[in-house]
Ligand binder design. Structure first.
Ligand SMILES: [Ca+2]
Ligand SMILES: [Ca+2]
Length: 282
């Protein structure tokens, strides 16, 4: 083989190798594209986010945390061995066995006169409005249980398995031990604080961040199912790099899911996130 032929063959080899290299790089590009479709990077997801998405995600995290703090107080109460729903209901009906529910006046009288709680009528109304789920103007036994029984099952079981202790007691001020009454007061204050904090965040979403809730709904509802799941909510938060505690997020989600069917309808989303003032205007 002479020198010219060897050079020719070597050139040919180089050409083939570079063609192979090119093919491989094209294949790699295709692979990368497919990878991006399957596993979009955080940066790609961010490109898809709507204006104000991070503000909205922050608002969800803030409201979730507030719900978590209230649940913590519920658990502290549930751990008191004398605390039970039967006596709570009796105390709030002011020991009137003929009453089938608690009205706003009973709630106020029990909190102010019996528990000696510093609370305004407006604050009592906030509690009442939140608890009266069926809107009949009375708090039923189950509506009162919704307020006090922890959402987490192991704690719920504790309180649900306890019967009443104070059946023979005629003075509602003697219901529950001192430390339990203190925790009960702390919980009621926490309940008001939770509602006030959530209301402030709702106002922030609309007034400061200028977000339209219907737009937020359609952006989180992927792909246009007409409802939002907990997974949708989590995916949205992940895309904004926010990771609230799973327990707190679940509590916040339950707050919005009024009919407890595990999905957030458009109405539940809008009503749950609109400030109270605009709810009344609607
Ligand atoms: Ca009711
Ligand atoms: Ca629902």
């Amino acid at each position: 083989m002479d020198f010219a032929e060897r050079l020719y063959r070597a050139n040919h080899e180089v050409q083939r190798a570079s063609q192979d290299l090119y093919k491989t790089s094209v294949e790699l590009d295709h692979l990368a594209e497919r990878q991006n479709v399957l596993f979009p990077s955080a940066a790609q997801l961010h490109q898809d986010l709507f204006h104000g998405a991070r503000d909205f995600a922050q608002a969800i995290c803030d409201m979730s945390e507030v719900e978590g703090q209230l649940e913590q107080k519920r658990r502290e109460l549930a751990l008191r061995s004398d605390f039970n729903m039967c006596d709570v209901f009796k105390m709030f009906t002011q020991l009137d066995a003929s009453k089938r529910g608690i009205d706003c006046d009973d709630l106020y009288a029990t909190m102010v006169h019996n528990l000696q709680l510093t609370i305004t009528k407006d604050e009592v109304f906030i509690i009442f409005y939140k608890l009266d789920k069926d809107g009949d103007g009375m708090l039923s036994y189950s509506e009162i249980c919704d307020c006090f029984v922890p959402r987490e099952n192991e704690y719920a079981v504790l309180i649900n398995s306890r019967g009443g202790f104070y059946g023979a007691e005629s003075d509602p001020a003697k219901y529950f031990e001192g430390a339990t009454r203190e925790l009960l007061k702390k919980f009621i204050r926490g309940f008001v604080e939770c509602e006030v904090s959530v209301e402030l965040v709702r106002q922030r979403i609309i007034n400061k961040s200028n977000l339209k809730l219907d737009m937020c709904f359609s952006q989180i509802d992927k792909p246009d199912k007409g409802y939002i799941t907990l997974d949708d909510m989590r995916a949205f938060l992940k895309a904004t790099n926010m990771y609230p505690s799973e327990k707190c997020l679940r509590l916040f989600y339950q707050r919005l899911d009024k009919n407890e069917d595990n999905v957030l309808s458009y109405d539940e989303f809008i009503t749950g996130l609109s400030p109270m003032q605009s709810n009344q205007e609607m």
